[in-house]
Design a binder for this molecule. Structure first.
Ligand code: BGC
Length: 372
């Protein structure tokens, strides 16, 4: 007991003196950070989730006594690079980065390494560099599996865990498929998870891709842009469905893309109800949650709790700054082209109309009023 007490007192004194040395005064909120600066680079404010990520990371770091330089790059690669350069110049002691293009940070991360600044890859793997310490994300392959299962569930073919259901319809159902941004490492993980899950149904002819566009390259949506997706959907409707046939399902990897697809369908004269296709998504963005809960325009989304991801990244950062080994749970799947980056992966959940309350409201992610 006595030993523990002495150790605790000593540790306490150390934290106090560290804080005093680094002058962690105004706004640093106490905690063990002692006012050290952490740079947080996020891709864009155009998607709600990154705003929530940025806010959560900032708040959690500040609660621990760190100062935070949080920057958004509006999906412009040179802007992100110069923001990170700036963080290095300002004396950031660690960097948390959600990259726009996972392959474009090699030089700036070399500069970070030269200044001995550890780097945590946030949600998206940073590729082609040795200068990334750890990766915090979700099980991205599984997100893709869940996206496919949500589509199959909407068609009545499986339950939400992907188990076949009795008396499932024989189809065939027309499906069209979208992928995310080809420069985002996550996009191929989502696509692979979804394709492996859909394959048996495609092979059996239960699902048919009338456009014939079944390759990742054909399905990819640069920068996850909703308007790009809308145009592609319009083209597909014109080229492959002008004969009066209908699209029954659309695999979409992200809510913003789903909303583009929905606009194309509406413009082409589809109306909600029986002829409206089953559409998946990701991120539980509020407009898409409304579309699931209220209008039925979207069938499902994948909920990835950004608060938990922020916690994982912040814990990793603090551990690294204290020369401790952060907790990881995957050391095999995320090879960035140079090495397998030790990762901590979180679990995601499928959200459909029936569990909106349980998953999103009860967890405090959205309120009932926000959903409407
Ligand atoms: C994230 C997704 C998000 C997408 C578009 C991906 O890297 O993992 O959650 O939907 O980017 O912002």
């Amino acid at each position: 007991m006595k030993k523990i007490l002495i150790a605790t007192l000593a540790a306490g004194a150390m934290v106090v003196s560290l804080a005093a040395c680094s002058g962690g005064g105004a706004g640093s909120g106490g905690g063990e950070g002692g006012g050290a600066l952490v740079g947080v680079a996020m891709p864009t404010k155009s998607s709600e989730r990154w705003i929530q990520d940025g806010d959560a990371v900032k708040k959690q770091l500040e609660d621990e006594g760190y100062k935070v330089d949080l920057q958004y790059a509006e999906d412009d690669i040179p802007t992100q690079v110069s923001q990170i350069e700036n963080m290095i110049t300002k004396g950031a002691e660690a960097l948390i980065i959600a990259s726009i293009d996972g392959t474009t940070l090699t030089q700036v991360l070399q500069d970070a390494a030269d200044a001995e600044i550890p780097v945590i890859a946030y949600d998206r793997l940073i590729r082609d560099t040795e200068n990334v310490s750890y990766y915090a994300s979700f099980d991205n392959y599984k997100v893709g599996v869940q996206q496919a299962n949500s589509v199959l569930n909407g068609l009545g073919l499986v339950d939400l865990d992907g188990a076949p259901v009795d008396g499932a319809p024989a189809g065939p159902f027309n499906i069209e498929m979208f992928a995310g941004s080809p420069d985002d490492n996550n996009a191929t993980f989502f696509w692979d998870g979804a394709q492996d899950t859909l394959k048996p149904f495609l092979d059996a002819g239960t699902l048919v891709v009338k456009s014939g566009q079944t390759d990742f390259e054909q399905a990819a949506t640069l920068r996850w842009d909703g308007e790009t997706a809308q145009k592609r959907m319009e083209n597909i409707l014109t080229s492959s469905y002008s004969d009066g046939s209908k699209v029954n399902a659309v695999l979409s990897p992200y809510d913003g893309i789903s909303r583009g697809i929905i606009s194309a369908l509406t413009d082409a004269g589809y109306s909600t109800g029986d002829e409206w296709p089953i559409i998946s998504g990701q991120d539980a963005e509020i407009d898409s949650v409304k579309a699931i809960a209220n209008t039925g325009e979207q069938y499902a989304t994948i909920f990835k709790d950004t608060r938990k991801l922020a916690t994982a990244a912040v814990e990793m950062t603090i551990a690294v700054l204290n020369d401790e080994e952060p907790e990881v749970n995957n050391e095999k799947d995320y090879d960035n082209g140079k090495f397998v980056v030790p990762s901590y992966l979180l679990e995601s959940q499928i959200v459909v109309k029936d569990n909106v309350n349980e998953v999103l409201v009860e967890s405090g992610y959205w309120t009932e009023e926000e959903i409407g």
